[in-house]
Design a protein around this ligand. Structure first.
Ligand SMILES: [Zn+2]
Length: 97
């Protein structure tokens, strides 16, 4: 709904006076995370925790659906404005067998 507020390239640090870092876009495979519910932003080290529902640290921008199955999430870090594509959700099942 508010996607347009976060257009890439927007100067996001007017209030702090600190030059904005270049927002990065990177991909993280959930298979490689030891604690998939809680990992750190590659760029700024912010803790992205599934139990954090405040959207202070990060925001889930959209779900990635492949073949009607949840494949991943697009997450935006609210600290450094990087975009993190958390992927490979659907491969998880092999561990549950
Ligand atoms: Zn970050």
């Amino acid at each position: 709904m508010s996607d347009h507020l976060y257009k890439k390239g927007e100067n996001v640090s007017e209030q702090t006076g600190i030059p904005p870092k270049n927002p990065q876009v990177y991909e993280v495979s959930i298979q490689k995370l030891i604690h998939p519910e809680e990992f750190q932003c590659n760029e700024c080290g912010a803790l992205i925790s599934a139990s954090d529902t405040t959207e202070d640290v990060y925001k889930i921008e959209k779900l990635i659906i492949k073949d009607n199955v949840l494949y991943g999430l697009v997450i935006r870090c609210n600290q450094c404005y990087s975009t993190i594509r958390l992927i490979d959700f659907n491969i998880r099942n092999k561990e549950m067998d």
